[in-house]
Design a protein around this ligand. Structure first.
Ligand code: NAD
Length: 232
């Protein structure tokens, strides 16, 4: 059984039941902010104070909420399978639930980095970043998150994991944000593929996919029960 590798691609929907809003489900605004204003290099150039305020609020909120049943069930899955989580989320709810192998494609709220050197990353916990807070190289700190239009350096690590999966689970992501959406193309042929989302998947081709049309909490638990039974 430890020979079976499960790769989970997760998105904002898995954290919705913890109380963290997805932005696509709230009319194009992310907690009341226009996404272009707060999650793009141009938004940062135009109003860095607003961008910092937005991520300071997201960081504070993420620290206040708890992992939900879906995060916990995926962490428990490590008892029976090799599990790697490839998440688009910037919260740390997978880690706080106990998952030990998590790749953050779009960065992490609890980290900051130099505006000049993307390798100069520092842990900030749930503290805010202010204008004037400097990295070791003397330049302004910014959130360690990937904004629209920026490179996604972790994508190749995610793709490698997906290419090694014996079972793929996609949960709480609309799979419309590239390059994350392209990850599903890297699977070996004919592996079991599951998608858990209360909305209809926006995949071109649903052949070979099993859709659990429900929220992450109930859907993940149901699927994991089935997988454990099949592989015991
Ligand atoms: P997304 O594109 O991943 O879409 C959210 C998906 O979750 C939708 O398909 C929706 O139908 C589904 N969903 C909604 N409620 C659900 C539930 N209870 N259970 C399961 N699925 C559910 O995510 P997005 O909101 O469009 O965000 C895109 C990017 O924005 C992310 O990749 C991330 O970088 C950032 N973001 C992160 C967080 C976070 O870290 N928690 C939250 C919002 C946005």
């Amino acid at each position: 059984m430890p020979d079976t590798k499960i790769v989970v691609i997760s998105g904002a929907g898995i954290s919705a039941e913890s109380g963290l809003a997805t932005f696509r489900d709230s009319g194009g605004l992310w907690e009341g902010y226009n996404i272009e204003d707060v999650a793009s290099p141009q938004g940062w150039q135009e109003n860095p104070r607003k961008v910092l305020e937005f991520y300071n609020l997201r960081r504070k909120k993420a620290a206040e909420v708890q992992p939900n049943e879906a995060h916990k069930a995926l962490a428990d899955l490590e008892d029976d399978f090799e599990v790697v989580i490839v998440t688009q989320n910037v919260d740390d709810l997978h880690e706080r639930a106990g998952s030990t192998d998590v790749i953050h494609l779009h960065g992490e709220l609890r980290k900051a980095r130099s505006v000049k050197d993307e390798a100069l990353v520092t842990d900030i916990g749930s503290d805010p970043i202010h204008l004037g807070d400097l990295a070791e190289d003397g330049s302004q700190l910014r959130p360690h998150v990937v904004w629209f239009g920026e490179m996604v350096p972790m994508i190749e690590f995610g793709a490698k994991e997906v290419s090694e999966a014996d079972i793929l689970i996609v949960v709480g992501t609309s799979l419309v944000v590239y390059p994350a959406a392209g990850l599903i193309e890297y699977t070996k042929p004919n592996i079991p593929k599951y998608i858990i989302d209360p909305a209809e998947p926006q995949l071109f081709n649903l052949d070979g996919w099993v859709h659990y049309k429900e929220k992450a909490g109930s859907g993940v638990k149901k699927l994991i029960k089935k997988l454990k039974k099949e592989h015991s």
